[in-house]
Structures are given as structure tokens and as C-alpha cells.
Ligand binder design. Sequence first.
Ligand SMILES: C[S@@+](CC[C@H](N)C(=O)[O-])C[C@H]1O[C@@H](n2cnc3c(N)ncnc32)[C@H](O)[C@@H]1O
Length: 279
Amino acid sequence: MSHLDHLLCPIDQQPLTQSGRTLTCSANHSYDLAKTGYINLLPVQNKHSKDPGDSKAMVAARQNLLMTGVYDPIIQGVLDSMPEALTAKKSIKLLDAGCGEGYYLHWLKQALGTQLTGTGLDISKWAITSASKKSKELAWVVGSNAHIPVASEYFDCVVCAFGFPVESEFSRVLQSEGWLLLVESGPQHLIELRNVLYPEIRPFKQTFEEGITGFDLVQASSYQFQFHLDSQEQIGNLLSMTPHIHKAPYAGRQAALALTEIHLTADISLRWFKKQGTP
Ligand SMILES: C[S@@+](CC[C@H](N)C(=O)[O-])C[C@H]1O[C@@H](n2cnc3c(N)ncnc32)[C@H](O)[C@@H]1O
């Protein structure tokens, strides 16, 4: 059994069979493993730009910031909030959808060991290249949340952290009564930085306020902690991994990039949704 045997051909959705470093479907579409062991299952027709997702520079910035450990409490928050019905399982097949450079999936694997079989999916080849250097025990796939190259009802759990959720696809790949975790910013997230970036802070808007079709919200919690950045470089890295790098006005970004230190609040929302069972 290979750790890639659950993947489907992105062109005709047929199962892929691995032979050496190549995966092939019955119609002979074939995909080679990259040197670092990831597989690119994003066909050109599913690409909306030449180099989709986070750029090489954005991935490097996030990697540098995460390596300092300032976001490590989020991992603990995720582990502490896991529903018992999920942790009680002998084995957990988990998808990290929009996994970036694999920070969360890598640490979940460290914490859960052989209980966890993990797949990290991201549309950015730079993110997946970086992720695949972290762990060979996980499946790393370049692909889109909009067309997940995995058979229906395969996963026990889908995690989407600061990502781009496609609820209908998450529902398709989850087993009946499978779990979806959304990790998102809460109202006070990086408020000190936002106060520098924006002349006025907009009221917080919760995503999926009306719920998600086909899922029940089982558990919602928020997790807050403080951290300190003491260099312009790390403040720039943090800014690059947030949507504010595109949204904030030029003057605000310049003011933030001129800071040499900042004390920050992390305010993380963790919501566990359970896919409704088949009636
Ligand atoms: C803000 S980053 C979060 C990365 C990671 N989950 C983390 O928290 O460190 C969002 C990620 O979503 C990826 N992304 C954007 N659109 C996507 C899509 N349609 N399918 C899969 N990944 C996508 C980006 O390339 C980027 O790596």
C-alpha cells in the first residue's frame, strides 16, 4: 500500500496506480513524483493563472515567521479542541485543504503519529515543494480545493486553516459524519497591526454565519494568546501571510513595515462541523 493510493486522476477521476515514481490512470494519463516526493495533480484547465496560489516569496515569508514558533499555540488549540468522537478513532484519514508549507499537518502528524494518515493539498507548487521537504510520511499534492483529486467519502476529517473553503467539495470527500475544522481569524486577531494598517477598523464579519449546508456546527471556540515580534523582517513576514498585504492602504503598509517591534494578539476561531449522516 502506498500513501498515494487514494489519489484520482484530475482529468477523468479514475484511480491512479503507482509504479516507481509515476502514477498512471486507466486512460494512461501519467504524473511523475517530484524529487521531493510530492505529486502535481493540477491540470492546466483547472489553473486560473500561470502560477496559482501563494508565490515563492509569500511561502518563504510564512515559513520564516512560523519557524519562530509564534503560532505554535494554534496547534495546541487544534489538538485540545478535537472532538472525542474523532480522537477515539483507531485511524484518522485527514486532509489539510490549502495546507501552505505544511506547518499544521506536519505538527498534527508529530502529535498523533500512526493514528493519522495525512494528505496536504495546496494550489501553490511553491507551498507544496516546501511542505514535501518536511515529511515523507504524508501525501503532498498540488491541486485545488475546488476539485480535490480524491474519491468521495474518503476522509474522516478535513482541516481548512486560514484557507479558501469549498464546502461542497469538502462534503463530497468526507465520510458520512466526518468532521470539518475551520481555523480562522477572530475579531481581535492582530488588532494592534490592523490599527497601524487601517484608518478605521471595520466591524468583524463571521464566515458561514448561516451555517454550512449538509453540516451541523458541533463546537465553536476561540483561542487567544499574545506574542511579540522584534524585527522589521518578521513584521514584514507576518504582513505577507495575511490578506492585509493586498487589502491595506499603501500608507498603512508603509507604516507597518517601518515598525521595529510590535506586541500582538492572536485571536483564533476554531469551528468543528460534522457532516450530516445519510438518512
Ligand atoms: C493563508 S495561506 C494558509 C496556509 C496554511 N493553511 C497555514 O495556515 O499556514 C492560504 C493557502 O491557500 C492556498 N490556496 C489558495 N487557493 C487555493 C485553492 N483553490 N485550493 C487549494 N489551496 C489554495 C494558497 O496557496 C495558500 O498556501
